[in-house]
Design a protein around this ligand. Structure first.
Ligand SMILES: [Zn+2]
Length: 186
């Protein structure tokens, strides 16, 4: 599959050096090859966005990059930072199934993670289909039986300095910016 890099610029400066972004995507592609998915760059394009800091809740933001990407090509967006109204910390990235991947850091694990959502993977602690039950692992949790039941990121509330996270924060990844919004219930 081909992907198009959408690199944010502010005041004529790229949010990240373009060669670094290309190199990162090649490393990520090296991981996906192990899963039988060939990721090849289609192009790198730039777009202007004030401050390169779109809010996680700004559902209009990813639409622009989606519209600027040919069908069948994965839009992979790089911005400086993704502040959020619901989480007391910037969001590393978000993605939607078959839609788009938006990333607020230049980090191999984050891009690999978000592309996983693009290809349809849920979090291991996903609760849209209810908390995972061992004897019903194909229809609860992340719907995968080769990942053990996961109650979510332990310690996420205790490490926060801004109080407890809202109950949906740990599985809010797919909710913004995508075509496949999947609300979570606890
Ligand atoms: Zn995620």
């Amino acid at each position: 599959m081909r992907y198009r890099i959408h690199l944010c610029t502010r005041n004529g400066r790229d949010a990240y050096p373009a060669p670094d972004v290309r190199a990162l995507m090649e490393r990520v592609a090296g991981t996906y090859v192990l899963a039988g998915i060939n990721l090849e760059i289609e192009s790198l394009v730039r777009f202007d966005y004030e401050g390169c800091q779109p809010f996680y809740e700004d559902r209009a933001f990813p639409q622009f990059s989606l519209q600027q990407t040919p069908r069948g090509v994965i839009p992979v967006v790089f911005v400086s930072r993704i502040p959020s109204l619901v989480a007391p910390f910037p969001i590393g990235g978000y993605a939607s199934f078959g839609g788009i991947s938006v990333n607020g850091q230049l980090h191999d694990l984050i891009i690999t993670h978000e592309l996983g959502h693009f290809f349809g993977l849920a979090h291991t602690h996903d609760c849209f289909y209810g908390r995972e039950q061992l004897d019903r692992c194909e229809e609860t949790g992340d719907l995968l039986c080769d990942t053990p039941p996961d109650r979510g990121p332990a310690g996420a509330t205790t490490t926060s300095t801004a109080g407890p996270l809202p109950p949906t924060a740990s599985c809010a990844c797919e909710r913004a910016g995508g075509t496949s919004g999947r609300p979570c219930s606890s």
